[in-house]
Design a protein around this ligand. Structure first.
Ligand SMILES: *Cc1c(COP(=O)(O)O)cnc(C)c1O
Length: 230
């Protein structure tokens, strides 16, 4: 094993341990025992690095761009059939067909036009993906996501009008503020929308997210190291 392989594996094990500990603390308070799924965010990292994580038994990965995912994942998914790939970045309607073909979960459903297009393309592909609605929880103009006050109603429309399998809410809180209150607000919206899954928490705040009830955490740089761009 090379040194860089060891590094990814060590970091992965470290994160998994922290997740387990955070989960124990969460469960003690809530007597709930949902399992936390680690989504390893491999954007900007190459096939070799990703394979190191796969060899360390990581099966769930996240990418934020459809095109970049196509440069890396068709080959990897062929080779390792039990991989689950999540789209965690904004999705343009002209890329929905490609996204439906490659991804297993799309976490960024945030507008009616996209919901409609997903319905149409999943029908054509005869493939039903699990989906999250992304909420712009900090109401930031530069961020994607449905406004918090419209989120519950939007989830209902996705289900009732388009028959989408919405399984949870996803959000990225503002960078320079404490994430906890935003996570808590998202958890409240999920409850109102009767959704069980929360995709919150990244390298810097996944433990806080788990205390608040996250069961999908999206961790990139703490596993693969610093990204040069994005
Ligand atoms: C990049 C990215 C992450 C991972 O961020 P890190 O800070 O590297 O852990 C999580 N979620 C989304 C939506 C991202 O774009």
């Amino acid at each position: 094993m090379t040194i860089s392989e060891q590094k990814v594996q060590m970091r992965l094990n470290d994160i998994k341990e922290k997740i387990q500990k955070a989960q124990l603390r969460f469960n003690k308070n809530n007597e709930d025992d949902k399992k936390v799924e680690l989504v390893a965010v491999s954007k900007t990292h190459g096939v070799d690095e990703i394979e190191q994580a796969i060899k360390a038994d990581q099966k769930v990965f996240g990418e934020n761009r459809v095109q970049e995912a196509y440069e890396k994942w068709p080959e990897l998914k062929e080779k390792y059939s039990d991989i689950k790939l999540h789209l965690i970045g904004p999705l343009q309607t002209n890329k929905v067909r490609d996204a439906v073909a490659l991804f297993d979960v799309i976490e960024t459903v945030d507008r009616e036009k996209l919901a409609r297009k997903l319905r149409a393309e999943m029908d054509i592909a005869k493939k039903e993906l699990d989906l999250f609605v992304q909420v712009n929880i900090g109401q930031e103009s530069q961020k994607a996501g449905i406004a918090p006050q419209e989120a519950v109603e939007f989830v209902k429309r996705c289900r009732n009008d388009y028959g989408l399998n919405i399984i949870g809410l996803m959000a990225i809180p503002p960078v320079n503020k404490a994430a906890g209150p935003y996570f808590a607000q998202l958890a409240q919206l999920a409850k109102e929308a009767q959704l069980e899954n929360l995709s919150i928490g990244m390298s810097k705040d996944f433990e806080i997210a788990i205390y608040i009830g996250a069961n999908y955490v999206r961790v990139g740089s703490a596993i693969f190291g610093k990204r040069i761009s994005q």
